[in-house]
Design a protein around this ligand. Structure first.
Ligand code: CTP
Length: 416
């Protein structure tokens, strides 16, 4: 396997020597890409000697091979260890002012980072915001470990052990869950505020088969639902995520952190969520459920020979799953629905209020969508309506930020 190991300027760089040796020993072709700062800790000859490949930090060397993109393009796996706060910030911003930056932007391979920094730097809101961005983009985070740090302090910030990083990265490439659960994005105010709660989140979009090769579907990527599930897990909840057609890259961060069930159609989603809801304290229906399904699913492909020049489909209504859950809710159970609307402002709010009442849910999270908005994007903008019909919160930003706003509203709405 072609493995790129990025090394950035932290004292833990010496431990990365062992990581590179292990990868080499397992037969991988390892290309080390240090930053200039990293070379203050471990010099270039060491990296060349142990990796047995040329090492450079600059995009201006070896230009003929277009090294600044070719390393990223050829990589099957990229590991950044140690990843300093500065490098993580540069990654979140997409900066490419050195060979590691260009390599990271040019790669489609899984990226694993092993943060290493002082505890205060790790807890800083800027670092945590960057980590959220990176996690949402599918970057896999190993560590940091808790323990003694350079300078005598103790706390999270130590780079994980090289073998742990290698195990997690190789498991990831093999398609297994990362061996190590990433450190939750901490927020002291929210830390553990969902502890003891069982929550169910549905995410993605259902597909209703027309024939063996076609379906009626929608554009939901599942990103918001996955962000909700991860935020709840970070805040201490026991989470079941029911996923309908979510791409592997989007769901990867949730693997190992939540109980995952995958479903295809609205009927399958209904069975799974009804089952999970029977012991849940909170149900969040973020999935885009098909309102209708074909009255019949053809057993063989609907070819033009069969259908002729015009095809009229008969659709029948699917049950309103969330309304059914709300009608049968356990005492004290909180139910949250989502509504994606294509109208704006007053009209949208009026519809949302009617929808909340019709479904009898505790909270309705409304967002405006269109071809350019809401779907397949990293960001979202929502309003949250409670039982009184009031807009109790508005949130705009990353899907993780929106997820935390939804859980904040759930905490307020829960019976004492
Ligand atoms: N939902 C559901 N079952 C369905 C359709 C939707 O549980 N058959 C849930 C969604 O998961 C979401 C909420 O209901 O939480 C809102 O879905 P939406 O499609 O906006 O509501 P509808 O009642 O279908 O209204 P509209 O006519 O606006 O589509």
């Amino acid at each position: 396997m072609f493995v790129v190991v990025g090394v950035t300027g932290g004292i833990a760089a010496y431990k990365t020597v062992h990581l590179v040796r292990r990868l080499i020993a397992e037969g991988h072709d390892v290309h080390v890409v240090p930053t200039e700062d990293a070379l203050r800790f471990v010099g270039l000859p060491t990296w060349e000697a142990i990796s047995r490949n040329t090492v450079t930090t600059s995009v201006h060397e070896d230009v003929a091979t277009v090294r600044h993109v070719s390393l990223g393009q050829r990589a099957d796996l990229v590991i950044v260890a140690p990843a300093t706060a500065n490098t993580l910030a540069k990654m979140a911003a997409g900066l490419a002012d050195d060979l590691l930056g260009t390599t990271l932007l040019a790669t489609a391979a899984p990226v694993v980072v092993a943060p290493a920094m002082h505890t205060q730097m790790w807890w800083h809101a800027a670092t945590q915001a960057n980590m959220r961005v990176l996690r949402e983009r599918g970057v896999h985070v190993v560590g940091p470990a808790d323990g003694p740090l350079t300078g005598g302090d103790t706390g999270p910030g130590r780079m994980s052990e090289p073998d742990e990083i290698a195990d997690a990265a190789l498991a990831l490439v093999r398609g297994e869950a990362p061996a190590r659960v990433p450190v939750p994005a901490p927020d002291p105010a929210r830390d553990g505020d969902l502890a003891g709660l069982r929550v169910v989140v549905t995410a993605g979009g259902t597909r209703e088969p027309l024939d063996p090769v076609r379906f009626l579907g929608n554009r939901s990527s599942g990103r918001q639902g996955v962000a909700l599930a991860l935020a709840a897990a970070d805040r201490g909840a026991e989470v079941t995520l029911i996923a309908a057609h979510i791409e592997g890259e989007v769901i990867a961060a949730a693997r190992g952190r939540v109980t995952l069930a995958t479903v295809g159609t609205a009927a399958q989603l209904q069975d799974a969520v009804t089952d999970a809801a029977s012991i849940a304290d909170v149900v969040v229906m973020a999935a885009a459920v098909a309102d209708y399904r074909p009255a019949e699913t053809a057993g063989t492909k609907l070819t033009k020979e069969v259908t002729g020049g015009r095809l009229v489909l008969e659709l029948v209504e699917n049950p309103d799953i969330v309304a059914g859950l709300a009608a049968d809710r356990r005492p004290g159970q909180t139910i949250v629905a989502f509504a994606a609307e294509t109208t704006s402002d007053d009209e949208m709010l009026a519809r949302a209020r009617r929808k909340r009442a019709r479904k009898d849910v505790d909270l309705l999270v409304v967002n405006e969508v269109g071809w350019e908005r809401g779907f397949e994007t990293a960001d979202n903008e929502v309003m949250i309506i409670d039982r009184s019909g009031e807009v109790t919160a508005q949130a705009s930003g990353s899907k993780r930020l929106v997820a935390d706003a939804v859980w904040d509203a759930v905490v307020v709405a829960r019976p004492l």
